[in-house]
Design a protein around this ligand. Structure first.
Ligand SMILES: *Cc1c(COP(=O)(O)O)cnc(C)c1O
Length: 339
């Protein structure tokens, strides 16, 4: 039994999801003639109470399109030093939009409104790149699945309004945050100018992300998606999986969170573990003490067909997901406790 905790992107479509995909009505989405893509876009538009939505092949492309549509070359955006848009998108903000990133030194991938207010100051000075965009991530990936405090987000929004900054949410795992904090999509739809959401992570679709925004933003995003090479033809097969995922796999994210918390508890009791980051959603980040090296721990677990990654700086990461079952959890616990 392979136990794959490398990422929540490793899930494969279930039989039921596959059959929905195989039976999807499709058309050429470049001509807006794919009924299933249109249905998906309308569904999330309503769900979040926003004006419009656009289907993308990846979360990276959705984020990059958002950064591009809010900025001009030479502008800068603000994000946390651990942000995916800065660390894990290949330098895309600089490459695609000509934008520099002002990194804020937050906690677990989150910064405060006060830190942002301080960072934005000095904009009138012509030496300073023009501040145009604030980008936050919920849940935070490198921050271990941490969820933002919504009250803090409202304060950040107020700064964006006062300083005429666009506000983008990298919501790759937004549904994990909504389930964990009992929040609603509409709360977020109201607060942000644009939101990207991955359908291929905890929700279990094989491919695809969504970008949400006003009609004007999405009209721009449509041109940028074409320019990036991301306009697809019969994408309804993928959109069908996404619709199925939204209908069936949201509430169950709570199970992934419970299992992650259980893993954290067991790790804490292991003699070779130094510490475990607080666990709010489906990501477990932990550190070993000096009794064993990270690489040899990872390798020994691979021998037992248990897979997870080292993120550098001593961080080890396990991510729970749709295809990580109770049986796998039980086996993982036995292997950790007898290690
Ligand atoms: C996964 C992820 C993305 C997008 O990733 P893709 O693999 O391009 O879909 C963006 N932001 C965060 C925080 C992520 O974890």
């Amino acid at each position: 039994m392979r136990i794959d905790l490398i990422s929540d992107t490793v899930t494969r479509p279930s039989e039921e999801m596959l059959s929905v995909m195989m039976n999807a009505k499709v058309g050429d989405d470049v001509f807006k003639a794919d009924p299933t893509v249109n249905e998906l876009q309308e569904k999330v538009t309503k769900m979040f109470g926003v004006e419009d939505a656009l289907f993308f092949p990846s979360g990276t492309m959705a984020n990059q399109a958002a950064i591009k549509l809010h900025t001009q070359p030479g502008d800068k955006m603000f994000c946390d030093k651990w942000a995916h848009v800065f660390n894990y998108e290949g330098g895309g903000a600089a490459f695609n939009a000509g934008v520099s990133s002002h990194l804020i030194d937050g906690e677990r991938g989150m910064f405060s409104a006060e830190q942002l207010r301080y960072a934005v100051s000095g904009r009138a000075d012509i030496h300073v790149p023009y501040s145009r965009l604030v980008c936050i991530e919920n849940t935070t990936n490198k921050g271990g699945g941490a969820c933002w405090n919504f009250e803090e987000l409202k304060k950040i929004k107020q700064i964006c309004v006062d300083k005429d900054l666009a506000f983008h949410l990298d919501g790759a795992r937004l549904f994990n945050a909504l389930v964990a904090k009992n929040e609603t999509p509409k709360q977020y739809g109201e607060l942000f100018d644009t939101i990207s959401i991955c359908l291929s992570k905890g929700l279990g679709a094989p491919v695809g992300s969504i970008l949400l925004g006003t009609k004007e933003h999405i009209a721009k995003a449509l041109r940028i998606r074409k320019l990036f090479g991301g306009a697809m033809r019969q994408a309804g097969f993928l959109a069908a999986a996404a619709i199925y995922a939204l209908d069936n796999n949201v509430e169950r994210l709570a199970e992934d969170h419970q299992r992650a918390k259980k893993i954290g508890k067991v790790l804490k009791s292991c003699s070779f573990v130094q510490s475990v980051e607080p666990i709010e959603t489906n990501i477990v980040i932990f550190y070993l003490n000096n009794t064993i090296k990270e690489n040899s721990f990872v390798a020994k677990m691979v021998e037992k067909d248990i897979h997870f990654i080292s993120m550098g700086d001593g961080k080890l990461r396990m991510v729970t997901h749709l295809d990580f079952t109770q049986k796998m959890l039980d086996k993982l616990i036995v292997e950790l406790q007898s290690f």
